[in-house]
Each structure stands twice: as C-alpha cells, then as structure tokens.
Write a protein that binds this ligand. Structure first.
Ligand code: GLA
Length: 726
C-alpha cells in the first residue's frame, strides 16, 4: 500500500466541512436516494437510513430510527462479523472508532464526495469512509482508507469496503454464479438467521464461478418493476466477499469487499490501505431500475470509452483455432470485409519462435511473431485489413506463461508458486506474480511494445486463462506472503491503468476464458468484455440476461459462431444466433469459407441492419419484459434516450406445440408518440410471425397497455422488431 498522498482538489467546491456534535447527521444523497449517518452520544458513527430520498432530510431527525454501526470493528461489545479487524502494533486485537471530522465537496456538476474521518479512541489508527454520490445516475460509490500512524506495524485481518445495515421483514438475495461456458446464472434465496457468504477465492480470473455483484430484495422478492431492491457490485478483479448476516432481531448487515481469506495485510507507519469501491443503489421500483442506473453509470463512468463507438468484428478463434497461415487469414479478412464487418481480430497462436504457439502447451510469454506462420509479420496483416477498410485487433495474455517458453526459462522466479510443492498447471500455464514491480513492468512492456511497433492496431483482446493456486510469491518476503492476493490484484490494476492511459483510443476487451474478469475495477480500463466462450444462443440467452443486470450492452461482446456449436454441439438457425448476438455488441467467430452464399447474404443484411439499430442498443435504456427463468418466451427491449427508437427482442427457450401467444407489454416508450413496426432479420419476405403488425403504426400507450400478441412455436425461434417514430 502507498504512502499517503496529499491531494489538492483545485476544481472541487467544498460544500461542508466540520466536526459534528453528537446527534448530528451527515447525508450522502443523489437525486433519488440517500444514506443517512448519525454521530451517536459516544461519537460513534451510525447508519440510520438508506432508501428513497426524502423531500426533507431534516425529518429523519424527528424519531429515533434503528441505528447500526456505519463501519463495525472487532472488539468491545460487537459480537457479529466486523467490517474492520485490526491488530494494533502492541498486539491489542480491538479497534474503537470515533467520529473525528468530515468534508463534503462537489467534484463537478454531478459528483459529490463525502469523506468522514474516524479515529481510534486510543491508538493512532484512522479510517476514512469515502462516498462518491453520482447525482443523475443514483449510484453511490463507497470505499475506505485505513491509515496506520503507529510507530510499528498494524495488521488488518478484515477490511470491508462497506458495511450496510437493513431492517426489513424479510430478505432475499440473488447471486450470479456459474462456471466456464455457463457464466452469470442467477439464483435467489431467502436469508435466514445466520450467515450467507458469496465469495471468490480465485485471485485472478476470479469470476469463473461467482460474479462480484448481488441483488438484495427487502420485504418480498422484487420483480422487474415492483419492490424494494438494492443492487451492488464490487469494482475489484481479485477475490471478493459479500457477507450477509441476519441477527436474532432480524436485522441484516452486509459486509462487502476484498475477500479476507488468507489475506492479512500489515501496514507500516504512514501506510494507507485503500479498499476497492462498492457501487450500489436502492430502488423502490424493482430490479429494472437498478439495472438501468448501473447501465447509465457504466456508460458514463464505469467503462473505458463507455459511450464511444464500437466496431463489429470477426474473430478467427473458432474459425481456425491455432491452425492458420497468412493465406488463410487474408481470405478471412477479405470475406469479413465483403460481409460488412468493421474489424478483424487475430486471436491466439500468432507468436513464439523457439516454442511456437501451435497449441495451448507452449509459447505463452514469448511475444514475438511466429514468422514460420506469418512470414511478413503483423504489419502485413494489418495492412491487408486496412486496405479492405477493416480495423485490426490482436489477442494477448500477458499475465501468463507456459513452462515451455523462453520467458519461463529466463524467469522461473516470476511465477506464483509455493516452495517444495508440486507446480499446478491450468491449461498448461502458470501465473506471473504481479506483486513484483519487475513483472508489472514486463506485462506493461508486452502490450506497449506490440502497440508502439504496430500503431495500426486498434483493438486488443486481453485474456487471462487461469486462477491462483499455490499462492506463494518469490518476490514478497516470508512475513508478507499473505499480501500476495491483494498486491497481485493491485499490480494488474496498475498495469491496466498505465496501458489505458497511454492508449486511450485503442479498444480493449477483457477476456478471461470467457467471463472470468467482469468487474468495474477492470472495466475502467476496458471498452468491452467477453462474457463467455460459449456462443450457443440458448446458453447465451441466460448468460446475457444475467450480465445485463449490472453491465450495459455496449460492454458486452456477443458473437455468432458455427452450428453445431463447438462447445455444446447444439445446432441452431443462423437467425437465432444473429438475433441474440445483436441484442448486445455484435461480432462473429466463424470461418467464412465454410458458410454458404445464403448464409453470407443473411449475415451481410443483419450486419447492415445492426449498424442502423446499434445506437439504440448500445446507448439505449434496457427494459426486461419476460424472463427466461419464468417464461418459455424471453423478451426485452432497448429504448433510445429520446424515446424515438426501440428494438424488441423475443426468443423462445423451448418448442411450444400450441404456440406461445402471451401478450408482450412493451415498456419505456413515450405513450403519446406513434411507433412504426418493422421486423428485422426476417427469413422470408412473404410471411412472418408478426405479419399482422408489419408496417403499421401504434401509439406508445397502446403498445404498453395492450401490447403485441403473436404466436411463437418452434424450437430456436426468435422475433426482433424495430419501433421507430416515423
Ligand atoms: C480463451 C478465450 C477464447 C480464446 C482462447 C485462445 O479461452 O476465452 O476466446 O481467445 O482463450 O486461446
């Protein structure tokens, strides 16, 4: 952790500073929500309210509301899990925090930052609770900074980013979980008395099994449009933990942050431990509003270039895997240009000379072009793409190494492993130790060198195909081994930050064997993420549905791939595959020479339509209508900000012999506007499921009240409808 920096905020406006007396309040508010904190008689900081913003905050003082510690600490009378557990330099295991001061400042027209300083009653240990309130988006970002001012080290064993308390009749938590090729499944459970933990202990690729986000419904399970719900996500690529503890009085405390598992952290004098941020919101209007707030926030603040442009790309991974040469790639580039793609992405297998990367067992770490495969190097391919009007992208996995590589021969000391233990390989590879500054420099250098030597590269797919096991560092001292999990994650975040600062106009995709790295800590430096290696459209319906809860479509790459699908073996129509990919950020992973002329023509048309509807999907508001978890038909729609355009997607999850004629009630339209209905990606000019609506105009009022009714019957059937104000 760093020495404390003195930050001078030239552009901010101070709204309030001071030292409050007992019983005074601090509110952290956005346009629609607020979190109220109170200084108790003994100068402890308590949370007294979190919910919809009141018309008059002053009224919060009228009655005594249930109060809970705003940041609980181990020791004293606290008998539940604690947000902070620190062992002071003399061995005292307790911490007692008291309110010391606070300041609130306007960072700009939209962001208000509040920092509340707490100090231990005896020891020189201070804790700053930092809140950034995004007014328009209604998102609160919260993190904590712990500073040790004692002469000797203080060891932190627990260090939550936030400690939120709730007092409701019942609690239901929805988690997002899965595995490789089936990421982001959703399941909800009732919270009984005791503890429920959602966590990852993987360190890197930490979302392979669990994603760092949750929905918490208060009272009753929230639906899309009704009910009280809190949505939260941790901006951190490493191991995380959400701990939900219901006490005997049925009050719930939620601790969110870095996973404390095996991660005690010692701070020397003057050092500051800064936790990652928890991003959260509260809605009294169901889950849909939570998602739309995160999408707006994500586009504006959470994703690199989050409201910029995105290219429709063709990736050669499923087209060729490692088996390619220049001629094959040029043919793909040529076909891609003819179908209307905007970018060609060269995936794994282009590098390594002593140990050529012809499979996943060698070459990782040796980032120089394999001239046997590509005799004219990258510049030739970049030029071939540019000549045809395509941008060029490249795959890297700079945090990893195969034991069969020149890098490993030179630097066996750079890998994460424990002495006297058998090395553990995943996909034949090892992890580089990003707690080591030399390794950080190397990883930055890999990407930097490729991009400076090839200024024509517009896109980088940054992969990361394994997680941490044998968690030992050959760089960290024996008594600092438990720092590895945190230092490694901060190390990679630092490298990502340096790369994105130097290359703001290059588009970066975060990939991690699919959706293993999907978090707003990384996404600040990435334009999009690869949510899954599984492009099977039926699986994608569920994976994208889960991902949509916290991430906007602009960040979610989705590719059309071959049928039968290489992972699931399922055969599906090209239209179904295109429709689900067009519901996010469209791309393709297919070998064009294996496509029929008919398929190419369909693709050409779909790509040109996508170019027209792209702004609505990438920058619009998402409304979910029918869930694939509860209905056979799943439907959702995007509506442009000015409500003049919308796109409605419908997919059948399974065959329905008698037809599925459920009315689809649209949402988010302007009741007074008239919308013309046009089906897109039609397979036949003569007939379609929505023929009776085709070309007709309906008011937003009708569409939201009576809705559209059309049967869907067949397996792998989809209907996409465009609504435009003529
Ligand atoms: C990972 C990615 C794939 C592909 C391969 C290449 O599995 O998720 O998309 O890039 O690596 O080895």
């Amino acid at each position: 952790m760093k020495k404390k920096a003195i930050i001078i905020l030239l552009s901010s406006t101070t709204l309030g500073t001071g030292s409050l007396a007992a019983q005074e309040y601090i509110t952290v508010s956005t346009q629609n929500i607020s979190l109220a904190l109170k200084v108790s008689d003994t100068k402890k900081l308590e949370q007294v309210y979190f919910g919809n913003r009141l018309k008059n905050d002053e009224e919060l003082k009228a009655a005594s509301l249930p109060a809970a510690s705003a940041y609980s600490t181990f020791g004293g009378t606290h008998t539940f899990e604690a947000a902070l557990r620190a062992v002071q330099s003399d061995g005292n295991t307790s911490t007692e925090l008291r309110y010391a001061a606070h300041r609130t400042e306007k960072r700009d027209g939209n962001i208000v930052r509040t920092v509340i300083s707490l100090k231990d009653a005896y020891y020189a240990l201070s804790v700053d609770l930092c809140y950034q309130a995004y007014q328009k988006e209604n998102i609160i970002e919260q993190w904590v900074e712990v500073t040790n001012n004692q002469a000797k080290g203080v060891t932190l064993h627990n260090f939550a980013s936030s400690d939120l308390s709730f007092s409701a009749a019942d609690y239901y938590v929805t988690q997002f979980h899965g595995n490789w090729a089936e990421e982001m499944n959703m399941s909800q459970q009732h919270l009984d008395e005791g503890i429920k933990i959602i966590d990852s202990k993987l360190g890197v690729r930490s979302n392979q099994f669990t994603h760092p986000c949750f929905l918490l419904s208060l009272g009753n399970p929230a639906t899309e449009d009704y009910g009280e719900v809190v949505g939260a996500t941790l901006a951190w690529p490493g191991s995380f933990q959400f701990c939900f503890e219901v006490d005997p009085q049925k009050r719930l405390r939620v601790l969110s942050g870095i996973n404390p598992y095996a991660s005690s952290y010692t701070l020397e004098k003057g050092e500051v431990f800064k936790t990652p941020a928890l991003l959260y919101t509260y809605s009294g209007n169901g889950v849909g509003e939570v998602s739309r707030r995160f999408h707006r926030w994500g586009r504006q603040y959470g994703i690199k270039n989050g409201s910029g442009e995105r290219s429709i790309l063709l990736n050669n991974w499923e087209a060729t895997y490692f088996d390619f040469d220049e001629a094959k790639l040029v043919q793909i580039i040529d076909d891609a240009a003819k179908m209307g793609f905007e970018l060609f992405l060269l995936d794994d297998g282009w590098f390594g000379s002593k140990y050529p990367r012809n499979s996943d067992n060698a070459g990782l770490g040796d980032w120089h072009t394999n001239t046997q495969k590509l005799p004219h190097g990258l510049p030739f391919l970049i030029e071939e793409a540019h000549k045809r009007g395509l941008k060029f992208g490249i795959w890297v996995e700079p945090e990893m190494v195969n034991p069969q590589s020149e890098l490993y021969e030179k630097h066996p000391d750079w890998i994460i492993t424990q002495p006297h233990r058998e090395q553990s390989l995943q996909r034949n590879q090892l992890l580089l130790d990003l707690s080591n500054p030399k390794v950080q420099e190397f990883v930055f250098g890999v990407v930097d060198k490729i991009l400076t030597e090839n200024p024509g590269i517009d896109y980088v797919k940054w992969d990361c195909n394994r997680y941490v096991t044998n968690s030992g560092s050959q760089y960290l001292k024996p008594d600092r081994q438990s720092h590895l999990w945190i230092d490694n994650a901060n190390g990679i975040l630092g490298v990502m930050g340096k790369v994105s600062a130097k290359y703001p106009n290059v588009c970066f995709m975060a990939c991690s064997g699919g959706g293993g790295r999907m978090d707003y800590g990384s996404m600040k430096h990435f334009d999009e993420f690869w949510i899954s290696d599984n492009n099977d459209p039926l699986q994608r319906i569920f994976t994208q549905w889960g991902g949509q809860h916290f991430f906007p479509a602009i960040g979610m790459a989705s590719h059309v791939s071959a049928s039968p699908n290489h992972i699931s073996g399922r055969s599906t129509p090209l239209k179904y595959r295109f429709d689900i990919a067009m519901a996010a950020k469209l791309g393709m992973d297919m070998q064009p020479v294996q496509m029929t002329e008919e398929e190419k023509a369909f693709s050409r048309n779909a790509i040109s339509v996508y170019k027209q509807i792209r702004p609505t999907i990438l920058y619009g508001d998402l409304y979910r209508l029918l869930s694939p978890y509860t209905h056979n038909r799943t439907s959702y729609m995007y509506v442009s900000e000015d409500k003049s355009e919308a796109v409605l997607f419908n997919f059948l999850v399974r065959k329905n012999i008698n037809g599925d004629r459920e009315a689809v009630l649209l949402k988010g339209l302007d009741a007074d506007k008239k919308y013309r209905i046009t089906e897109i990606n039609r397979e036949s000019d003569k007939w379609s499921r929505v023929s009776e609506y085709e070309g007709k105009t309906f008011s937003g009022d009708y569409l939201m009240t009576v809705g559209l009714r059309f049967g869907m019957y067949s397996e792998y059937e989809s209907v996409v409808v465009r609504l435009s104000v003529p």
